[in-house]
Ligand binder design. Structure first.
Ligand SMILES: Cc1cc2nc3c(=O)[nH]c(=O)nc-3n(C[C@H](O)[C@H](O)[C@H](O)COP(=O)(O)O)c2cc1C
Length: 204
């Protein structure tokens, strides 16, 4: 199968998001300009730099998380786990601006220290982030993709000590959830080590 612009008849749905998978899910916590908390999951999300640690999420359309982050300069990211899958999904409901998805989904808020937006208290790990850059994405033709990228710098990290062993974050124990296109998700429970051919003895 090969195609460029039009999907072949054999494909009923664009597989793009099933091919770029599994994608981590950034659970974005923000405050609107009135200080009302907002929470939403974003799988167009990833770590994009270290030194400093930078993360990015993309909003298809100017959704509340992106608008709030741009307006206030702050957001949190909570790790979505298998145990939190239903609460994450509930928090993706399209609620009106100013509706608190933490409250609507029965999610307890954790208190940030360096920024104002809350995070998901039950999550094994969460970042406090300050917005470095926001941009409207375009296609090759320069026309707006109506997608908005928010880049943030991690300024504080919360980790539940129960998920730290041998000086490392025990990601397998946390069972992070990932998005796989269509209605599919994956959960990472098994991990294995692979040293880089010319890498350091201590993994990075
Ligand atoms: C697992 C998951 C991942 C999602 N990823 C994205 C995404 O990357 N970009 C996006 O615009 N919407 C995404 N959505 C949809 C938003 O979460 C949904 O539109 C939500 O209402 C946005 O909330 P907000 O307006 O409070 O930010 C995703 C939904 C789910 C369940």
């Amino acid at each position: 199968m090969y195609y460029e612009d039009d999907l072949p008849a054999a494909l009923s749905f664009d597989p793009f998001k099933a091919i770029v998978a599994p994608r981590p899910i950034g659970w974005v916590g923000t405050l609107n300009e009135d200080g009302i908390p907002n929470l939403g999951p974003y799988s167009f999300f990833n770590a994009i730099s270290t030194r400093p640690n930078l993360v990015a999420f993309s909003s298809e359309g100017m959704k509340h998380s992106a608008a709030n982050a741009r307006a206030t300069g702050e957001f949190t990211l909570s790790l979505v786990t298998y145990a939190l899958r239903d609460k994450m999904n509930a928090s993706s409901a399209h609620l009106a601006d100013g509706a608190n998805e933490f409250a609507a989904a029965g999610i307890e808020m954790g208190t940030s220290r360096r920024i104002r937006p809350p995070f998901v208290k039950a999550s094994p790990a969460a970042f406090e982030c300050k917005v470095v850059q926001t941009m409207e994405l375009t296609g090759l033709d320069g026309a707006s993709a109506d997608s908005f990228l928010t880049i943030g710098q991690v300024v504080a990290v919360h980790i539940d000590d129960a998920y730290v062993s041998d000086g490392k974050f025990d990601a397998a124990r946390a069972e992070p959830l990932a998005r796989c296109g269509y209605r599919n998700y994956a959960v990472a429970r098994e991990m294995f080590e692979l040293g880089r051919p010319d890498g350091p003895a201590v993994p990075v």
